[in-house]
Design a protein around this ligand. Structure first.
Ligand code: GAR
Length: 212
């Protein structure tokens, strides 16, 4: 459990934002366990920004600097979160690595969604990686963000069978559908139920050491 009161959430997204849409729709139905107070994007053309405006959620594009795979200066991003009293950050198709200033300011309070069953197929094009590898089962993972590539304690996973007649497109569509169901449910559980971390394992259930 992250906090006793309803959590204030920010979502980071770089592109289409279909997972942002799933989160925002769940929030508007009161099913996310918190409210989304801002959508932050590193891409001014991202459709996710338009989705946010349609939901009446503030859409922001803080500066990114000169680099492609990370934010050159994370300070304006942290400032935007602090100004809005954000409790937790949800990465939803955010295509840059997060580093120590944000990780330090929001330690243990950032979740990521990844389109494979981690630790298989971290990094870019995870659905294509699983497809080309010939995996029989793939899926999606929600995990706490640490300073590693798609590492961090796992909150939830969903498996997706790879069918013999699948194409990359049909497989991708089923992984995305699984993501749209998994991420809001995982966020709600993480925000509203007691949990603790035991080694690498995030375990739901009350103990003296539980957050919340
Ligand atoms: C999702 O499949 C998400 O898992 C993936 O990007 C897609 C974003 O789609 N994220 C990563 O690969 C992060 N490593 P969306 O913009 O429609 O939500």
């Amino acid at each position: 459990m992250l906090s006793a009161r309803s959590a204030r959430l920010a979502v980071f997204a770089s592109g289409n934002g279909s997972n942002f849409e799933a989160l925002a729709s769940a929030a508007s139905r009161g099913e996310l366990g918190g409210s989304i107070v801002a959508l932050l994007s590193d891409q001014p053309q991202a459709f996710a920004l338009e989705r946010a405006r349609r939901h009446g959620i503030e859409a922001l594009t803080p500066p990114t600097g000169r680099f492609r795979t990370r934010l050159e200066d994370e300070t304006p991003w942290i400032d935007a979160l602090r100004e809005r009293a954000v409790d937790a950050v949800l990465l939803a198709g955010f295509m840059r690595r997060i580093h120590s200033p944000i990780l330090g300011a929001f330690a243990g309070r950032i979740l990521n969604l990844h389109p494979s069953l981690l630790p298989s197929f971290p990094g870019l094009d995870a659905i294509g990686q699983a497809w080309r590898h010939g995996a029989r089962v793939t899926g999606c993972t929600v995990h706490v963000v640490e300073d590693g590539l798609d590492t961090g304690p796992i909150v939830a996973q969903a498996a997706v069978d790879v069918r013999d007649d699948d194409t990359l497109e049909t497989l991708g569509a089923r992984v995305h559908a699984a993501e749209h169901a998994l991420y809001p449910a995982a966020v709600r559980r993480w925000l509203t139920e007691p949990w603790h971390v035991d080694g690498r394992r995030l375990v739901f259930g009350a103990t003296e050491a539980s957050h919340g």
